[in-house]
Design a protein around this ligand. Sequence first.
Ligand code: UD1
Length: 416
Amino acid sequence: MDKLKVVGPLNLKGSVTISKAKNAYLPLLAATILSDEKIVFGEVPKLRDIGTMNKLLEHLGCKVNPEGSGFSYQLSELATDEAPYELVKTMRASICVLGPMLGRFKKAKVSLPGGCAIGTRPIDLHLKNLEKMGATIVIEGGYVHASTDGLKGAHLVLDFPSVGATENLMMAASLAEGETIIDNAALEPEITDLGNFLISMGAEISGLDSKTIKVKGVKKLSGSHYTAIGDRIEAATYIIGALMTKSPLSIMGFDPGHLDSVLEKLVSMGANIERLENGVRVGVGELKAVDIETAPYPGFPTDVQAQMIALCTQAEGTSIITEQIFENRFMHVPELQRLGADITIKGNSAVVKGLAPLKGAPVMCTDLRASAALVLAAFCSEGETLIQRIYHLERGYEKIEEKFKNLGARIERVAE
Ligand code: UD1
């Protein structure tokens, strides 16, 4: 297994282009199930999670072919209605195929995603609301067995604005009979991107960017050409990297409006960030501590929490970072402590005392965003940091070493 070797401390310089969003593309790929016509996506990032979703779609009978900067998809005939454990266990977002399978083929057998490193992550909201739309759901042998005579529009109220549940229900509703109202829908930009894509296929959707999304079912959805939004989480990671290393960087290829809560917090710490039309320019400066609580969009994203803790190790004063979305999302903390960070966990908060000197050490990736936090902390650590289990990083950061190397980082992949 490869490792990443980083030699710090270091500075970065230049401009980086952010890839299209993994978390937008995963539901978009699942949505290709809804049509028998060809769908083409551009600028699909080369990531392990995208590869897993492609494999799952191929398993279901979809023809997946490279085309231009992305892939084409066409599911004319279903090969099987089963999303098997081997594929679903490696990526929870596989549950996204449930809604479109039920919508178009009226049946699906999807492995339960099970627990994952950052918490139990149930799918009760997906299942309960699909039942309200007329699905019969039985859980047996570790699988969700779902079937329907035909989904019907319903008034759904989510107990929590779950991103995945909102996406699954929007996709299911787009081929259901009648109108579905999803109240307390998630507001994440990836939801709007999925809505816009479904509309490009002929779906009738209103209320995007609001807590009430309305979907009028149609009989058939057509093919489409589409490119997803830029990856706001990848962008936030590079912005934080610039601030941690006190480096002037331009980070391009995303909508800074999608990062309002993050940028506001960073500016309150003293960061010098200029918003551009399609990115930001980060200036050099000293940072002060900050308090943060993660929350559903437009709140501070849980997917930037780990990187933020890494940043707070470089800010003057004591920061308190509270995780409100997932119950076990501090696995990066013991690894950051190995580098010398002064962090104490109190319940679901991390108390970070800034400016403790960091020193290179062997560390281990535990999940995707935790891994990013380790790379950033390694940039500020004296000497060599060897980062293990980087397959977590490959799930969600396209060409991370190449991109950081182009910015001047001393980072390289080493074989075991
Ligand atoms: C998506 C993102 C993930 C991000 C998360 C929160 C993708 C592929 N993944 O994950 O990167 O961290 O949003 O912004 O887009 N919950 C339930 N029951 C359910 C569904 C969710 O209790 O049926 C809970 C979860 O356990 C969690 C919270 O709701 O505590 C948020 O989960 P959700 O918004 O569904 O996240 P995902 O869609 O899994």
